[in-house]
Design a protein around this ligand. Structure first.
Ligand code: ADP
Ligand code: ASP
Ligand code: MG
Length: 458
């Protein structure tokens, strides 16, 4: 008898994550169950991370707000983690009714160990012992996304909004999965949010570095911490639609030994795509990445201006030490040239609106010590970020961006850059126009409109 190669015996382990819009109702859950079963039938081991149904998390947040002005963080996590428990059990039932063994696990049962920070806990360890056992017994494993457990407090935690992506990636890393598939309501990662830019085009593959910048700047299709985690642990991500079988977007790290993952479905397809591209370029392997990957916008930030700061050494340090003590995540910082007559300057910075009041209060308390004149708070700003690894070697990107905004009559209030990103702040009510003109100016428009299959965009 012919000897089989080792490769033929290789069973792939695939982690699949289904977002809220993919499991919004009973019909959707049954559709997703079928899809999971197909993957299992193809001979793979399957671990699924699932989000709460539809807008459940938002609805639970609204409910909490109606019973308490500032809900206790511990109870909030108890409440929100319930959303994912509902969908995991329903999904397991739907799979069972298709004749396959499925077992659901909460985050703590799955061994998602986190720090004790309620609302934005970080994963510190993953001990998927029970999952491995269930897989060995031939079951399909379903894990509630977005939640974990702290060993010291013995309490349930949640990972922050969009955190089911991180659950999936952490499971993929811990179980050494061949690929982590993120199923959502669009066909992959686009050059801009297709809800805002119908002519956005789907990206076939994107570097994790670029995806990190897009995620950090408002592209919620992937949660930033999930991208970071995947990059650190060498997990290949495949973002795709749960509504069709189209190829999605591969998020890869070009410095990994196997940037597209081992020879699995997604990996080999990505490799084929890359080879095809190389053919088009005429030189295999030497594919020039496009200059711009995409554009993201963010309306969740505000701007604080510290007015009349004495222009002497140590003042910026003093201000940002006060800000740092609040734990706020500041983003852009701009210091104006001081007026010679007064020797005073203004310092502006952006931060999440949710942290605005905290930082204002902290600064106000130290006003006389720092010696500034006043504080201004502006929550009507929008941030736009243009991202592309090709920017490193391309002059003139800023000029093109500023010209496009100027021609559309959009005023730029702040600018910041990194090696692969340029960000600008504009008025909030001009941000969607800004997004579309920039998208067009950089030649990113597709011939056809993108399809958004479901979800409310909430
Ligand atoms: P899920 O419920 O599957 O987690 P999310 O709502 O978190 O889905 O993320 C998918 C949504 O992300 C899309 O419907 C889209 O509106 C939005 N989005 C924002 N930026 C992008 C982008 N660059 N590419 C694709 N989708 C994007
Ligand atoms: N259900 C959580 C949220 O809505 C986590 C997730 O969907 O990823 O943020
Ligand atoms: Mg999401």
């Amino acid at each position: 008898m012919q000897q089989r190669s080792k490769q033929e015996y290789h069973v792939s382990l695939i982690v699949q994550k289904f977002g809220g819009s993919s499991v919004a109702d009973a019909e959707s859950i049954k559709r997703v169950a079928k899809r999971i079963v197909e993957t299992r039938k193809a001979g793979n081991e399957v671990v699924v991370a699932v989000s709460a149904m539809g807008d459940t998390t938002d609805e639970l947040l609204d409910l909490a707000g109606q019973v308490a002005p500032i809900p206790a963080p511990r109870e909030m996590d108890m409440l929100l983690s319930a959303g994912e428990r509902i969908s995991m059990a329903l999904l397991a039932m739907a799979i069972e009714s298709l004749g396959h063994d499925a077992r659901s696990f909460t985050g703590s049962q799955a061994g998602m160990i986190t720090d004790a920070t309620h609302g934005s806990a970080r994963i510190v360890d993953v001990t998927p012992v029970r999952l491995r056992e269930a897989l060995d017994e031939g079951a399909i494993v379903i894990v509630a996304g977005f939640q974990g457990f702290n060993r010291d407090t013995k309490d349930i935690t949640t990972l922050g909004r969009g955190g089911s992506d991180t659950t999936a990636v952490a499971l993929a890393a811990a179980l050494k999965a061949d690929v982590c598939e993120i199923y959502t309501d669009v066909d992959g990662i686009f050059s801009a949010d297709p809800r805002l830019v119908p002519k956005a085009h789907k990206i076939d593959r994107i570097t994790s570095e670029e995806m990190l910048e897009l995620a950090a700047n408002g592209a919620k299709v992937l949660y930033i911490r999930a991208v970071e985690y995947a990059r650190r642990h060498g997990v290949t991500l495949h973002v795709r639609s749960s509504f069709n079988n189209n190829e999605g977007t591969i998020v890869y790290n070009p410095t990994d030994a196997e940037p597209f993952g081992p020879a699995t479905v997604a990996g080999s397809q990505a490799q084929a795509a890359r080879a095809a591209d190389a053919g088009q370029e005429g030189s295999e392997g030497a594919v020039e990445e496009p200059m711009i990957a995409g554009v993201a916008t963010d309306l969740s930030e505000a701007k604080i201006t510290v007015v009349g700061v004495p222009d002497i050494p140590g003042k910026a340090a003093q201000i940002f030490t006060i800000v740092a003590k609040t734990g706020a995540n500041i983003d852009m910082i701009v210091q104006n040239v001081s007026a010679a007559s007064t020797g005073l300057t203004d310092i502006s910075f952006t931060l999440p609106k949710s942290e605005g009041q905290l930082v204002l209060t902290a600064l106000r308390a130290e006003q006389s010590d720092v010696g500034f004149t006043a504080l201004q708070y502006d929550d009507q700003i929008g941030k736009l970020a243009l991202v592309g690894a090709g920017m490193r070697t391309n002059a003139g990107v800023s000029a093109k961006l500023f010209t496009a905004l100027f021609e559309a009559g959009i005023n730029i209030e702040m600018i910041s850059t990194s090696e692969i990103r340029i960000s600008v702040v504009t008025r909030a009510d001009t941000i969607n126009d800004a997004l579309r003109v920039v998208h067009t100016a950089f030649g990113l428009d597709a011939a056809e409109e993108a399809v958004v299959h479901a979800g409310t965009g909430r």
